[in-house]
Design a binder for this molecule. Structure first.
Ligand SMILES: Cc1ncc(COP(=O)(O)O)c(C=O)c1O
Length: 393
């Protein structure tokens, strides 16, 4: 089995475990537990059973016929919006939930931005009988009210984080602070390929099922094309890493990650850490991040709560520097336009995060003409409908 364990948690110049001394034993314990589980056929059997019967995997690879015609390309969607709870986040939370039980811990904490990871964590905890506390910035609580209510219905406690900008970065910091104090009894289910080692590696392993299923569906046989371009939105980077990883280094496929340009790069109000940030340490790993000259973290901005993060997973930083993946960005306005386009043309209300990837495809339609393009449709947009209605209608 291929699981490419990074040496010392490093991806080239990035990654590592820049964590408080008190967390190091828990990170070591987690690495050991993950390695042991990932080599245990019984763990895979239990996880695969839940992925199939509870999450609804494999998710379909769907040909978007009307948009293909409109845009002049062969456009496919990997339908993570059809996974239980409406986004890819559940792949990771069910797996980390099983690991929590294996480590003999009863309490789970998590951070959330768009609320999708919070809902997915609350869901896994309800399924597996674990106690769940979710940290969420107060601004995100406001714009993702539906998901807050879903988490509470699922039995989770939602803690409002009022520090900083009241968004995802502040929620991660609050969760890390809680973890330092409770590490003996608590597991922190990080929601993306971010944080100190072993999280970026482990979450990638739990999400790469997306790309593996895609490779099996579009394998060039039986009239099925092979992907030429794969496009995914990048917040912390977990859906993108999940779909890219099995194809990375395969020279035949262009991999494109799309970050949030927010109100425009020149406005300074954006979330494009890879495209317009610089290397630094954020939430326990060396990566690209938005920072000022003194190394203070800058606030990110995106209309989409899931992309509103001033950092990115360290393996993406490595992919950027080694040229394996190209990272682009699109603005709030472009994303909203693409959101409406998908609603009206394909009968799918996409997440605002996923709409960023479609917006890039629309912008690049001339250069993509005639190609087989796959959009990783990371989630459904029910959570965003109220926000869109308030802003634009
Ligand atoms: C639907 C959806 N897509 C994408 C993201 C961004 O996260 P990541 O980059 O880790 O996939 C989120 C985050 O909440 C999300 O809910």
């Amino acid at each position: 089995m291929r699981y490419d364990q990074p040496d010392e948690g490093r991806f080239g110049d990035f990654g590592g475990a820049f964590a408080p001394e008190t967390l190091m034993p828990a990170l070591g314990e987690l690495e050991d537990a993950f390695l042991e589980a990932w080599q245990d056929p019984a763990f895979h059997a239990e996880l695969n059973h839940l992925l199939r019967t509870f999450v609804g995997r494999p998710t379909p690879t769907y040909r978007a016929a009307r948009l293909s015609e409109k845009l002049g390309m062969d456009l496919w969607f990997k339908r993570e919006d059809l996974a239980h709870t409406g986004a890819h986040k559940i792949n990771n939370t069910v797996a980390q939930g099983l690991l929590t039980k294996r480590m003999g811990k009863q309490r789970v904490i998590a951070e959330t931005g768009a609320g999708q990871h919070g809902v997915a964590t609350a869901t896994a905890c309800s399924l597996l009988g674990l106690d769940c506390v979710v940290f969420m910035g107060e601004k995100d609580i406001e714009r993702q009210a539906l998901n807050v209510y879903r988490m509470r219905l699922l039995g989770a406690e939602v803690v409002s984080v009022t520090d900083g900008a009241g968004t995802l970065k502040d929620a991660v910091s609050a969760a890390l602070r809680d973890w330092v104090a409770t590490v003996g009894t608590t597991h922190y289910i990080i929601g993306s390929v971010v944080g100190p080692h072993p999280f970026p590696w482990m979450v990638r392993e739990f999400q790469k099922v997306i790309g593996e299923e895609l490779a099996a569906d579009l394998d060039g046989s039986d009239g099925h094309p092979k992907p030429e371009v794969i496009v995914a939105p990048v917040g912390g980077g977990s859906n993108a890493m999940g779909v890219f990883y099995p194809f990375a280094g395969d020279g035949d496929v262009d991999l494109v990650g799309v970050e949030a340009a927010g109100l425009g790069i020149s406005s300074g109000k954006h979330g494009a850490s890879l495209g317009h940030g610089s290397p630094g340490v954020l939430h326990g790993s060396m990566t690209y991040m938005l920072q000022d000259g003194a190394g203070q973290v800058l606030e990110a901005h995106s209309i989409s709560a899931g992309l509103d993060y001033p950092g990115v997973g360290p393996e993406h930083a490595h992919f950027k520097d080694s040229g394996l993946v190209r990272y682009e960005s699109v603005s709030d306005d472009e994303a909203v336009e693409a959101f409406h386009l998908m609603c009206r043309t394909e009968g799918i209300i996409p997440a605002l995060e996923s709409s960023h990837a479609l917006a890039w495809i629309v912008r690049e339609q001339a250069s993509l003409a005639g190609k087989t393009v796959v959009l990783n449709l990371s989630g459904r947009g029910d959570k965003d409908v109220q926000q869109i209605a308030a802003l634009y209608d």
